[in-house]
Design a protein around this ligand. Structure first.
Ligand code: 5GP
Length: 201
């Protein structure tokens, strides 16, 4: 069976990855979202098993020790990781999977799974990024500043990706990512069996 495509979507904090991907999932079918594990506390409205698997530090340690993490990272005193089994199973079943992760994790996945398709979501400008981060009411101001500084550094990592999309407008950005997904699905290299069966029938 043909393996599914692993899409790694990343970008600095505050670029709106989550909002954009919601739109993408509304318009692209047969796409699966990898739910991460995290040690951070749930925010208002977040649901365990939907937004994240909310775990303790001990549970997170055990997942690492058991080889259950495809990648993981420590960020802003919290830890985030991609559970391996779900992703591997879907890819083996020929299903396409999306990882929405920060840039260090994305770099690690690009290295360990070089066949993945990586998409970098960039803000239109640093000023815009600053405004968006300040608009988030959930963080203390010192954490906000730390996030902004980190985001600047993360922007510089964009050069290593397959695609870059600017999030100046959610719908436009989501459309661009949907186009990338459809184009990747149509690549000849992924569809040799289709061509063969047309030729043979
Ligand atoms: P937040 O706490 O705002 O939900 O997420 C903080 C950052 O961690 C975001 O950039 C988010 O994309 C990233 N993130 C979420 N899950 C994972 C994961 O499993 N691995 C990595 N490396 N980053 C993640």
């Amino acid at each position: 069976m043909k393996r599914g495509i692993l899409f790694v979507v990343s970008g600095p904090s505050g670029t709106g990855k989550g909002t954009v991907l919601k739109e993408v999932f509304a318009s692209v079918t047969n796409l699966h979202y990898s739910v991460s594990a995290t040690t951070r506390a749930p925010r208002a409205g977040e649901v365990d098993g939907v937004n994240y698997f909310f775990v303790t530090n001990e549970q997170f340690d055990r997942m690492i020790a058991d080889g259950e993490m495809l990648e993981y990272v420590e960020k802003f005193t919290n830890r985030y990781g991609t559970p391996r089994q779900y992703v591997e199973r879907l890819l083996a079943e020929g299903k396409d999977v999306v990882l929405e992760i920060e840039t260090i994790g994305a770099e690690n996945v690009r290295r360990s799974m070089p066949e993945c398709v990586s998409v970098f979501i960039a803000p239109p400008s640093l000023k815009e990024l600053w405004n968006r981060l300040k608009g988030r009411s959930t963080d203390r101001s010192d954490i906000e500043k730390l996030r902004f500084e980190t985001s600047r550094e993360e922007l510089a990592s964009a050069y290593g990706y397959d695609y870059v999309v600017i999030n100046d407008e959610v719908k436009r950005c989501a459309d661009a990512i949907a186009a990338i997904i459809r184009a990747e699905r149509s690549k000849v290299g992924r569809n040799k069996d289709v061509i063969k069966s047309i030729l043979e029938n």
